[in-house]
Ligand binder design. Structure first.
Ligand SMILES: Cc1cc2nc3c(=O)[nH]c(=O)nc-3n(C[C@H](O)[C@H](O)[C@H](O)COP(=O)(O)O)c2cc1C
Length: 188
């Protein structure tokens, strides 16, 4: 089972999340390849061998970063032949604000995946940090359903942000995608 994690990160925060997503997918039994958007553009055909692709981007001005968008547009080459049809997909985004309009970024990634006729994976975990007993240490502390949302304080580098709870949530998503992919390919 081959899973690719393709991400863009200008300042390293989203990269840290991408590594945790990859660790989770490995834990789930996948053979994982982690690629920056630029590397993925240069070896687009290698993604044809993926069973699942997980896409990650920081949220910049309320949408995917130009770096990830460049990859998404380069990958339109795969749209005509629907080469990525029925691959499992998932998305993640990291931003400075608690909201920061991250949902729009996941929406961008989701629509790309739908145009490629991929199969979308939800977060699969209830929201944390949404009750009087909750805390920022909860998994899914941002409370997303459609993918992984993480948050990094804008005055902290990737050595400090995002929080461990976000990185654990990232591992959870990676492992979930591996589990979903396993079921999908075994049922083929
Ligand atoms: C050009 C630019 C636009 C940004 N736009 C947003 C935004 O819309 N919402 C938000 O919450 N944070 C925004 N931020 C903050 C980044 O999302 C945040 O710093 C993130 O951790 C950067 O990820 P990276 O280190 O992977 O590049 C923006 C940062 C930059 C540089």
């Amino acid at each position: 089972m081959k899973i690719f994690v393709v991400y863009h990160s200008q300042y390293g925060h989203t990269e840290k999340v991408a590594k945790s997503v990859a660790d989770g997918a490995k834990k789930g039994g996948a053979d994982v390849t982690l690629l920056t958007a630029k590397e993925a553009i240069d070896q687009l055909d290698s993604l044809d061998g993926a069973d699942a692709i997980i896409f990650g981007s920081p949220t910049y001005m309320g949408s995917v970063s130009a770096g990830l968008k460049e990859f998404l547009e380069a990958a339109s080459k795969k749209w005509q032949s629907q080469a990525w049809k029925d691959k499992i997909a998932a998305g993640f985004t990291n931003s400075g604000s608690q909201s920061g309009d991250k949902l729009n970024t996941l929406g961008d990634i989701y629509l790309f995946a739908m145009q490629q006729s991929m199969i979308w994976t939800s977060m699969g975990i209830l929201p944390g940090n949404n009750s009087s007993g909750g805390s920022v240490d909860d998994l899914n502390r941002i409370g997303a359903y459609s993918g992984l949302m993480t948050q990094s304080n804008v005055d902290e580098g990737p050595d400090k942000a995002p929080l461990d709870s976000d990185l654990k949530t990232a591992e959870f998503l990676g492992e979930r995608v591996a589990q979903v992919t396993k079921r999908w390919i075994n049922g083929k």
